[in-house]
Write a protein that binds this ligand. Structure first.
Ligand code: URA
Length: 449
């Protein structure tokens, strides 16, 4: 005889449909039942839609986060290696952007600031790129280490770069698939539980969120970005993790490169402090500043630096001294990159210059359109099954505020031989002689507990 279910699912659906709060036990029951298959998808779909429409209280968001985290394994680093006794484990999460390669520079810099970084990343989503896809452009680089390897790399190098493993928050994977087909992805509490459960399971003491805000971000306006940032900070601090959220502008692409291998290449230039041209350095400057700022925020939260000014100065010194580059090379070696990988990154077969058909002052560069063009080239996925071509992408030659003449190069397409892409310049570039100066800073706001 099977035991009677703890709750009647339909009663919980009634409750949520009527806007009432579910208890910790009720939420945990739903997540466990969904994970083990005893509660069917159609009932969980109804619950997700009710939650989407009626919202979640802060307590419900935290309960859901905890239940999802408890659906799989968690790391407790200090119990796994005696060398980790006084260590501070920290990570960063970005809500996704175009040309967002911050993690590749931030992780080694954060290690230089005395943090241990067990960073877990995702693949590209929609028009935005993903750290896993970028790192996999490095020949041989693997993001599925064993636990023993993770411990060893964190101990010796301070960084371990991974993709989400199947045993970490398995309920999130199932829930995300269901949200994807029930129009319930863009719910702040559901996004919060999805992101924070994974950071919690990752066993970190510190998480800094980079909530992107702008027309190429999932949060297109400041009110939405604030809502997500506050919810992430709430749930993360509820999990006992020190945290803050930075809201950063995502209108134009970050840096000059959009793609995969070319983004790794841009990070190498940054970490070598050696760019192919002054223009590449200029276009990378806001990206570098944001990467250093976020790493510095992690260090201050983690207590390895006492002020943001000192942390930022030390972060910059880690780049200028070559220390961050040495850490990145050690990460690549640990994670299977073939010797000499830095000269063997996939290269485009053709670089096609796209030139201005008119002169004027560039007021806007629409990164979302560039991200979509990147997908059309094969740098992102058109369908879940699409294979990424690491060699293709887009290289920007200008940024907002620049004045160009007819015939000047605006961007280069990185192509395979024989590949063509019709670029709609009107959709990418806005020209407005009267627009004010472009915002100098990417960082818009900071939300702390
Ligand atoms: N990223 C996640 O991991 N989960 C979401 O729900 C949205 C973005």
């Amino acid at each position: 005889m099977t035991a009677a279910a703890e709750f009647l699912v339909v009663e919980l659906l009634h409750k949520k449909r009527d806007g009432l709060e579910l208890s910790d036990q009720e939420i945990s029951f739903l997540v466990r039942g969904f994970s083990d298959g005893s509660i069917p998808d159609y009932q969980v779909s109804a619950w997700l839609m009710a939650a989407y429409l009626k919202g979640f209280s802060r307590r419900e968001t935290l309960f859901l986060t905890r239940s999802v985290k408890e659906s799989g394994r968690s790391f407790d680093w200090r119990s796994l290696n005696s060398n980790f006794k006084g260590a501070v484990f920290a990570d960063k999460h970005s809500s996704g952007g175009v040309g967002d390669k911050v993690s590749l520079v931030l992780a080694p810099v954060a290690a230089c600031l005395g943090l241990k970084v067990p960073m877990m990343s995702g693949r590209g989503l929609g028009h935005t790129g993903g750290t896993v896809d970028k790192l996999e452009a490095i020949p041989g680089f693997s993001m599925q280490p064993t636990e023993r390897q993770m411990i060893e790399w964190l101990d010796h190098t301070g960084v371990c770069l991974t993709a989400q493993s199947a045993d970490l928050c398995p309920a999130d994977r199932k829930l995300y698939s269901l949200r994807d087909v029930t129009a319930t992805i863009d719910s702040v509490p559901l996004i919060t539980a999805s992101i924070v459960s994974k950071k919690w399971a990752e066993g970190v003491d510190v998480v800094v969120y980079d909530v992107k805000c702008g027309e190429a971000a999932f949060m297109t306006n400041l009110a939405q970005a604030r809502a997500l940032g506050s919810s992430l900070v709430d749930a993360t601090s509820g999990a006992g993790i020190r945290t803050l959220a930075c809201i950063s502008r995502m209108d134009e692409p970050l840096g000059s490169m959009i793609g995969n291998a070319n983004e790794v290449e841009e990070c190498l230039w940054m970490m070598r402090n050696d760019y192919p041209s002054a223009n590449h350095r200029r276009l990378a400057a806001p990206l570098l500043a944001l990467s250093l700022r976020l790493a510095a925020e992690m260090a201050v939260l983690g207590g390895t630096r006492s002020s943001i000014e000192q942390a930022q100065a030390d972060a910059r010194a880690a780049i200028e001294s070559g220390q961050a580059l040495a850490v990145f090379m050690a990460i690549a070696r640990n994670q299977g990159a073939v010797p000499g990988w830095e000269t063997r990154l996939p290269q485009p077969e053709v670089k096609h210059a796209v030139t201005a058909t008119r002169g004027g002052r560039i007021s806007h560069i629409h990164a979302r359109q560039l991200g979509l063009d990147g997908i059309r080239l094969g740098a992102g996925r058109a369908t879940a099954e699409s294979r990424i071509d690491p060699a293709v992408g887009i290289e920007m030659a200008v940024r907002p505020g620049d004045t160009v003449a007819k015939g000047d190069v605006l961007l280069y397409l990185h192509l395979r031989a024989g590949q063509h892409l019709e670029v709609n310049l009107e959709r990418i570039f806005g020209f407005d002689a009267d627009a004010g100066p472009p915002a100098p800073e990417l960082l818009l706001e900071r939300i702390s507990t």
